[in-house]
Write a protein that binds this ligand. Structure first.
Ligand code: 5GP
Ligand code: ZN
Length: 141
């Protein structure tokens, strides 16, 4: 637990929340400032800041919960779809430095955008640059 982490305080039961699922490793609760009805956060109970910091077994538990809860959340609020995403690091908009996956229910005509709308200007990359990027990722994948 990280003493000054708001999500660790939620895990410890020190901050009231609307829990929708809990097991030994994972907690899922409604976002306090929902972008849509049913907006849910899924977190590992252990404090890790980003996905890269998260041990593989905790990552598997978080994804297993996202996988199982997403259709349940959609059904509960009669959503047509959902965006499931992580703000992974401060530059990507992460405000709470404890890994959390957002499940944001979506509705036909709700006026929102796709995940492609989150980045700034798309880069204009040459084939060589794309080959180089793919090779660098593949080398450590
Ligand atoms: P981030 O920008 O870090 O990906 O998202 C953090 C999310 O946590 C925000 O959507 C925010 O509304 C939510 N949040 C922050 N503090 C609390 C809290 O005390 N309780 C709950 N339920 N959600 C919170
Ligand atoms: Zn924490």
């Amino acid at each position: 637990m990280s003493e000054d982490c708001i999500f660790c305080q939620i895990v410890a039961g020190d901050i009231p929340n609307r829990t929708v699922y809990e097991d030994d490793d994972v907690l899922a609760f409604l976002d306090a400032n929902p972008l849509a009805p049913g907006h849910t956060l899924v977190i590992p109970k252990a404090h890790h800041e980003t996905l890269g910091d998260l041990p593989a077994d905790a990552g598997a538990s978080v994804f297993e919960t996202l996988h199982r809860l997403t259709p349940v959340i959609e059904e509960a609020v009669d959503a047509d779809a959902s965006n499931v995403a992580f703000n992974n690091g401060e530059a990507a908009g992460q405000e709470v430095p404890h890994v959390h996956g957002h499940v944001i229910p979506r509705f036909e005509g709700d006026g929102g955008g796709p995940i492609h709308a989150i980045a700034g200007s798309p880069p204009d990359l040459s084939d060589d640059e794309l080959d180089d990027i793919a090779a660098r990722i593949a080398a450590d994948a």
